[in-house]
Write a protein that binds this ligand. Structure first.
Ligand code: 2BA
Length: 109
């Protein structure tokens, strides 16, 4: 068995979880936040047999899209009254960040 931990963007959650449910693939969702952008995202926990990993990865690729965000870098420490215009930097987010771990299901209580 494998545990997939997938960090996805909120906009992609509904389509992906619908596609997983249609294939009777169980999923647990947790609201999360990226450490860099500090924006809300969604982390999905999916436990599946080894032979279904490719199937789930295909669904993630199909439903999770890359998006461009612009972030204003933090200005250097300034004396009061000084103004540092900051040029936004472009950041690509997603489609998804996926970790695949070995899992053992010992039973359900
Ligand atoms: P965030 O940490 O908010 O990162 C959002 C996007 O910002 C990242 O997209 C990446 O393109 C960029 N980024 C992150 N750290 C950066 C840095 N130090 N300098 C410049 N750009 C940086 P993704 O790579 O697609 O990641 C999307 C979300 O997936 C992340 O949101 C985070 O919540 C999660 N994630 C990514 N890599 C991870 C990792 N190694 N471990 C745990 N979670 C991770």
């Amino acid at each position: 068995m494998k545990l997939l931990i997938a960090v996805i963007q909120r906009q992609d959650e509904a389509a992906l979880t619908r596609a997983l449910a249609a294939r009777r693939i169980g999923v647990t969702r947790v609201s999360s936040q990226g450490g860099f952008l500090r924006e809300g995202n969604v982390t999905l926990f999916i436990v599946i047999p080894d032979h279904r990993v490719d199937e789930v990865m295909s669904l993630i690729r199909e439903h999770c899209h890359t998006r461009t965000r612009y972030v204003a870098p933090l200005p250097p420490v300034a004396e009061s009254g000084e103004f540092y215009p900051s040029t936004p930097i472009e950041v690509q987010v997603g489609g998804a960040t996926v970790f695949v771990l070995d899992a053992e299901v010992l039973g359900r209580a």
